[in-house]
Design a protein around this ligand. Structure first.
Ligand code: IPM
Ligand code: MG
Length: 367
């Protein structure tokens, strides 16, 4: 069995709490399954700002480059609102994505049967929901130049960001979406705003051309991103894989998260291109943020982070069987009625982060 280096960056807010069960899961996989994981830990985000004066120190970035994957908790919190803009906690996340060239962000949104009532949508609209959003993560308006706040005249300023995509950036993320669709229900919906933006027109043209050339067997549709937002609420079961740009992907993935009942359930994987040896940079993180309002109270839902680690098992460690086992354990605890506050119905008993983690590990051991 290969040996793997994991860099764990728990970060801020609920980050450290939701990471605890992952640490235990790693130990369990070492003890019970002979997995060879070397766990390294460091600070990121606000915690790193407090400790090193920067949200992502050079040595942390270097360790991230060396590692087989990064497990990230969450960054940010009100105590860093006054930090310099280039050193705000979120800057760490954006730098990690950009520096490791993690251009493909996979955000699966699944409705677990046991949680069907946790969604605000009617059960018949969301039963069996299984969507994969592939969000472009290192380009577009998040990183385009020029950007900044500029003085125009006395008392007048302008804020500028630039949406820009090259064909190379579009094609490489579309390729990931097509490849993944082939292992699912073989459908890709590509979303942009080509009716308003040239970058969107190019997006549609390049996706269409790539499809015609290499992926004719996959069913491809196109949607304007606003229409996609609407259809996600109206007929979410129609979707399989959605591929879209950085900003639309940010928004649509939060919307998709809420279809499932709680953002506390959603994992993500951010992947780079494989090198000649088949190895790729990767970072795994729950889609939810640092939730400062409930931090340190043992209230956070650790399932998104555990499911993110399952994605690491699948995409970084070639341990698909173990990944499926973790996912099955999560399904089991939910079926057994275990709920953290975010997924409990009014009046329903809820348990804490630690107890939820215990339950998943126990279910795993009993399989
Ligand atoms: C996400 C988050 C980040 C983003 C923030 C925290 C910078 O919302 O991962 O979806 O906008 O990409
Ligand atoms: Mg977001």
């Amino acid at each position: 069995m290969n040996s793997y280096d994991i860099l764990m960056l728990a970060g801020d807010g609920i980050g450290p709490e939701v990471m605890n069960p992952v640490r235990r899961l790693i130990l369990w996989l070492k003890d019970e399954k002979g997995a060879r994981f070397n766990l390294h830990e460091d600070d990121v985000g606000g915690a790193a700002f407090d400790r090193y004066g920067t949200p992502l120190s050079a040595h942390t970035l270097a360790a991230a480059r060396e590692a087989d994957c990064v497990m990230l908790g969450a960054v940010g919190g009100p105590q860093w609102d006054k930090a310099p803009y280039d050193r705000r906690p979120e800057a760490a996340l954006l730098s990690l994505r950009k520096e490791l060239d993690l251009f493909a962000n996979l955000r699966p949104a699944m409705v677990f049967d046991a949680l069907i009532d946790a969604s605000t949508l009617k059960p018949e609209v969301i039963r069996g929901l299984d969507i994969l959003i592939v969000r472009e993560l290192t380009g577009g308006i998040y990183f385009g130049a020029p950007r900044g706040i500029f003085d125009v005249s006395a008392g007048e300023r302008k804020g500028v960001n630039t949406q820009v995509y090259t064909s190379t950036e579009i094609r490489r993320v579309a390729r990931v979406a097509f490849e993944l669709a082939r292992h699912r229900r073989n459908r890709v919906c590509s979303c942009e705003k080509g009716n308003v933006m040239e970058s969107g027109r190019l997006w549609r043209e390049d996706v269409t051309a790539l499809h015609a050339k290499e992926y004719k067997d996959v069913e491809l549709t196109h949607m304007y991103a606003d229409a996609c937002a609407m259809m996600l609420l109206r007929k979410p079961l129609d979707f399989d894989v959605i591929v879209t740009d950085n900003l639309f992907g940010d928004i649509l993935s939060d919307e998709a998260a809420m279809l499932t009942g709680s953002i506390g359930m959603l994992p993500s994987a951010s992947l780079g291109a494989p090198n000649a040896g088949g190895k790729r940079h990767a970072m795994y993180e729950p889609v939810h943020g640092s939730a400062p309002d409930i931090a340190g109270q043992d209230k956070a839902n650790p399932l998104a982070t555990l499911l993110s680690f399952a994605m690491a098992l699948r995409y970084s460690f070639a341990m698909g069987k173990e990944a499926a086992a973790v996912e099955a354990a999560v399904r089991k605890v939910l079926a057994d009625g275990k709920r953290t506050g975010d997924i409990a119905r009014p009046g329903e008993k809820s348990i804490g982060t630690e107890e939820m983690g215990d339950a998943v590990l126990k279910a795993l051991g009993n399989q």
